[in-house]
Structures are given as structure tokens and as C-alpha cells.
Design a protein around this ligand. Structure first.
Ligand code: GUN
Length: 289
């Protein structure tokens, strides 16, 4: 069997078209969706992500505001900016790109963002609401994965789902969403004994470990849906400089039933869901008048 490719670029293009139409309607009603993005320090990967987020906004007719701070920025300055953006009724979403430099208390920064503007879904209140099945902003990457599974009508109820990685950004919310959808979810991580024992049982396998080509074909159940959240830049070998996922595509694709590529899989969906959350937030403001 050779897996079908789950194309995140194609699904993103379709969803972004719908979001652009919704954004245009809101703008015509006097509420142009607006996302504020804060970038601290010079991490090159973060700079690329922020650039792509801002470009995604522009293409969808969403206004974006970008605030850049140096690596040695004072946390009070960034917190002051967040307070001002919280108070600005024209701003519907606030995103602080992670990771932050070491002088920052990341948790305190995320908690400073208004729950109503937390389009990343990282505020503890949104995390709690999500865990209880209440209306909440859903973190963009796992939300994008759920949209990909939905687009392919992947059966989730009763499915065995294995998530590798327990981060707050991906692994934990991914497990919550899959559980809510009726899957039986196992979360594996660096202390898991016999990882392959778990992964080989998975109807749906989500890899979010941050290690290049970590999941190999022999770890995958034939016909499984394999979702690769990793974005790693290879530093050596014949493919040095290239991007690759957490899944070894060459050995996994002949075994899996459906697989996301890197690049062009989950990556574009993350930004699409950020745009969706921003438009949703603006829609709430418009409805309140
Ligand atoms: N760093 C890595 N992924 C993300 C994300 O989804 N949002 C933010 N704010 N920072 C990140």
C-alpha cells in the first residue's frame, strides 16, 4: 500500500478563501478583523513563522499589526504593549510568538492576554474551557489537524489514536480534541517505554516530537493515518538545509493509508486556523454591536 497524501496547502487554500469572504463581510459591517503579533528576539524560525502569519492575514483581508522587540527587551515593555492591545477595541486577536527569551516568564505573558483575544488558545482559561468542552479558542496546530481529519472523513469515534509529544502547544490539546471526538487516545513522550508498541496500534498517529525523521515505517500500522506536525531543518547528510518532519516519509508512506507531507501538510493549516480564530473573534465583536 502506498499512502494517499493529505495536502495541507490545498485544504488551506479552500478554507482561506472562505475566511476571506467572511472577513470581507465583517469589514463591510465596520469590523475589519485585526490580529496583533508580538515577536521578541531574533530566532530565525520565529521570524519566518511571524512573516507567514502576517502575509496570511494580508491575503485574507485581515489587518495585522506587528510589534518587534530585541532579544534583551524588558518584560514590562511587552506586558505594557499587551495591556494596550487588550484595551483596543479594534484589535480582535493577540499573539505572542514563542519561545520568548529567558528573562520572560512565558506563563505570565500568556496569562496577560485577554481571554477574548487569545487566538492562540494558550491562556489557562481557554485551555481549561477546552478541556471541559466549553466554547474556547482552540490552539491552531491541533485544530488544523482536526480539520484535516474532518476533510478526509477519518472515523474518530472508537479509533485508536496515539499522539507522540505532550507539549502545551500541540500534544496536550491534540489529545483533548481527539478524546472529545471519541477516539481512545494514548499520549507518548520521552519517558515512554517501547514507543513502537504504542505507535503500531494506532489507527491515527500524530507525531509532534521535534526530532527529524523519528517515526519510521516499521513503527506504523498498515493503513494508518499519519499526521506529521514536525518542522525540522536537517543540519547534515545529503539533505542538509532541507526541511523534514518528525516522520521518515520515505519509509512511512509505503505503510500508511494517508499521510501529511512536510512541508505542505500541517504547517499551512496552523496559520489557517489562526486566521479562523481571528475572524471568529471579530465576528463575536460584530454580533455584540
Ligand atoms: N511557537 C511555535 N508554535 C507556535 C504557535 O502556534 N503560536 C505561538 N504564539 N508561538 C509558537
Amino acid at each position: 500500500m502506498t499512502a494517499r497524501i493529505l495536502d495541507g496547502n490545498a485544504l488551506s487554500a479552500k478554507l482561506r478563501g472562505e475566511l476571506a469572504a467572511r472577513a470581507a463581510t465583517l469589514t463591510a459591517q465596520g469590523v475589519q478583523p485585526c490580529l496583533a503579533v508580538i515577536l521578541v528576539g531574533g530566532d530565525p524560525a520565529s521570524a519566518v513563522y511571524v512573516r507567514n502569519k502576517v502575509a496570511g492575514c494580508e491575503k485574507a483581508g485581515i489587518k495585522s499589526l506587528k510589534y518587534e522587540y530585541p532579544q534583551d527587551a524588558a518584560p514590562a515593555d511587552v506586558l505594557g504593549r499587551i495591556a494596550a492591545l487588550n484595551a483596543d477595541p479594534a484589535v480582535h486577536g493577540i499573539l505572542v510568538q514563542l519561545p520568548l527569551p529567558p528573562q520572560f516568564d512565558e506563563k505570565a505573558v500568556l496569562e496577560a492576554i485577554s481571554v477574548e483575544k487569545d487566538v492562540d488558545g494558550f491562556h489557562a482559561e481557554n485551555v481549561g474551557r477546552l478541556s471541559q468542552g466549553q466554547d474556547a479558542f482552540v490552539p491552531c496546530t491541533p485544530n488544523g489537524v482536526m480539520e484535516m481529519l474532518k476533510s478526509e472523513n477519518v472515523p474518530l469515534r472508537g479509533a485508536e489514536a496515539v499522539v507522540i509529544g505532550r507539549s502545551n502547544i500541540v500534544g496536550k490539546p491534540m489529545a483533548m480534541l481527539l478524546t472529545a471526538a471519541g477516539a481512545t487516545v494514548t499520549v507518548c513522550h520521552s519517558a515512554t517505554r517501547d514507543l513502537a508498541f504504542h505507535t503500531r496500534r494506532a489507527d491515527i498517529l500524530v507525531a509532534a516530537v521535534g526530532r527529524p525523521r523519528f517515526v519510521t515505517g516499521d513503527m506504523i500500522k498498515p493503513g494508518a493515518v499519519v499526521i506529521d506536525v514536525g518542522i525540522n531543518r536537517l543540519t547534515d547528510g545529503p539533505d542538509a538545509g532541507k526541511l523534514c518532519g518528525d516522520v521518515d516519509f520515505a519509509s512511512a508512506a509505503p505503510v500508511a493509508g494517508l499521510i501529511t507531507p512536510v512541508p505542505g501538510g500541517v504547517g499551512p493549516m496552523t496559520i489557517t486556523m489562526l486566521l479562523a480564530n481571528t475572524v471568529q473573534s471579530a465576528g463575536r465583536v460584530a454580533r455584540k454591536g
